[in-house]
Write a protein that binds this ligand. Structure first.
Ligand code: GLV
Ligand code: MN
Ligand code: MN
Ligand code: MN
Length: 411
């Protein structure tokens, strides 16, 4: 098939209608999506994808950590497959594109191959990685982390959400969507399409981002233990106020977690105060820290300051700090970057190369096979927000680049 021939088979209306069909599963009143990992909504999205896949003759399978795979056969079953995909779960106030776009762009490529009657030597597998977001179960990128051997399967299946429900029990409660499988090595290459989730492509007026790698990240869970006391009577010197200790620690970290070129990303995204009564001094505070930076040495140095800085600020309170995720920066494979670049140029899209600020499953796949990513713009760079938006044209452009890239890699 000539270059661009497969891209021409990518259908904008089909891709868009699938995006909107999945956006309705967990759709919110404000136009966003709440489809937390392994909930009934996530299960329903998986069933929908599996139904589309089997209707088209593709094979569906799932593994012990809840990743779902849609496979289109190659002509040589002895060759390792090419993989693509992303995730079906969302943030609690997530949008219609973060994650699901990469899965459906991959699925659209399988359909385009069918429509074109093109056989590839290698099988192509579209994967929905379980719990990329890390909103319900920490850490995120759990399905790809286990797949890549970076997280232990049994320990991850034992992770519980706020209500005590475990990953393992939640996977077992999902509707079955395909045959059970092993993780499935080796993998020839992995390419993930995603909205940029930042403002750079839009600002440059470019349609395609050729992703060079992913910045480093360290996540922490912090538990501060004080002592409950009467708010009206307890003098300051006698208080062990867990919330004041948390605030002092976070304030001290804000001073440390800065840099002149605004590359440090420091977020306290979740905080629980116990017992949560207006007139009781808080005896317990739990909060999370998400810290990221593109440079490995800075990830190490600033990340290492988290525990001592919080401890120094804890005063009379007890403090327990757990590092729940450690991910050094990742550089993508030059051959995959080149394949994406060639496809983008052949299709004539305006593009530039950029690193990813957000985490992606590609970060773990990069440990086990040559990996790369394709970004498309999103409105205002807004993501992890119900207002997240991308145009049908850009979604199609990304799927076309993905199609030509996968075709080249699967021959
Ligand atoms: C998930 O979306 C992340 O980048 O943390
Ligand atoms: Mn995502
Ligand atoms: Mn996300
Ligand atoms: Mn993400």
């Amino acid at each position: 098939m000539t270059r661009g021939g497969l891209a021409a088979k990518v259908q904008e209306t089909r891709l868009w209608s699938r995006l909107m069909a999945l956006a309705a599963i967990g759709g919110t009143a404000k136009g966003g999506v709440c489809r937390l990992a392994l909930t009934a909504e996530d299960g329903a999205a998986r069933v929908r994808l599996a139904n589309w896949a089997t209707a088209r003759g593709f094979t569906v399978s799932e593994d012990a950590i809840g990743n779902i795979y849609v496979r289109r056969k190659g002509t040589d079953p002895t060759l390792p497959p090419v993989m693509t995909g992303s995730h079906l779960d969302t943030q609690p106030t997530g949008g219609k594109f973060d994650g699901v776009y990469g899965v459906l762009a991959g699925f659209e490529v399988l359909e385009a191959l069918e429509d074109a009657g093109v056989q590839t030597r290698r099988a192509i597998e579209v994967v929905g990685w379980m719990n990329e977001e890390g909103a319900r179960f920490q850490p995120g990128c759990m399905g790809s982390g286990v797949f890549a051997g970076a997280m232990p399967l049994e320990a991850m299946r034992a992770v519980a959400d706020k209500t005590g429900a475990t990953v393992g029990a939640s996977i077992d409660a999902l509707p079955t969507v395909g045959v059970s499988r092993d993780f499935g090595f080796p993998v020839h290459a992995y390419v993930e399409a995603h909205i940029e989730q930042g403002p750079r492509l839009e600002a440059a007026g470019d349609t395609i981002g050729i992703v060079t790698g992913i910045q480093g990240a360290r996540w922490f869970a912090v538990e501060i233990t004080g002592s409950e006391a009467h708010a009206g009577t307890t003098p300051r010197a006698q208080r062990k106020d867990a919330l004041m200790a948390a605030l002092d620690g976070i304030q001290a970290l804000r001073a440390v977690m800065t840099d002149p070129d605004d590359q440090v990303r420091f977020t306290v995204g979740r905080m629980e105060v116990g017992p949560g009564s207006p007139n009781t001094v808080p005896g317990r505070v739990f909060f999370t820290i998400d810290f990221r930076h593109p440079d490995a040495a800075t990830v190490q140095r600033l990340g290492d300051l988290v525990a001592p800085t919080l401890r120094a600020a804890a005063g009379p309170c007890g403090i327990a700090i757990t590092e729940t995720f450690t991910g050094p920066p990742v550089a993508f494979d030059p051959l995959v970057i080149e394949a994406v670049t060639d496809a983008t140029k052949a299709l004539g899209y305006k593009h530039h190369a950029l690193p990813s600020g957000a985490n992606h499953d590609a970060k773990f796949l990069a440990r086990v096979c040559p990996t790369g990513m394709i970004f498309i713009p999103c409105l205002g760079g807004v993501s992890h927000n119900e207002a997240e938006s991308a145009t049908p044209e850009d979604c199609t452009a990304g799927a076309r680049v993905l199609a030509e890239t996968l075709l080249a890699l699967a021959q």
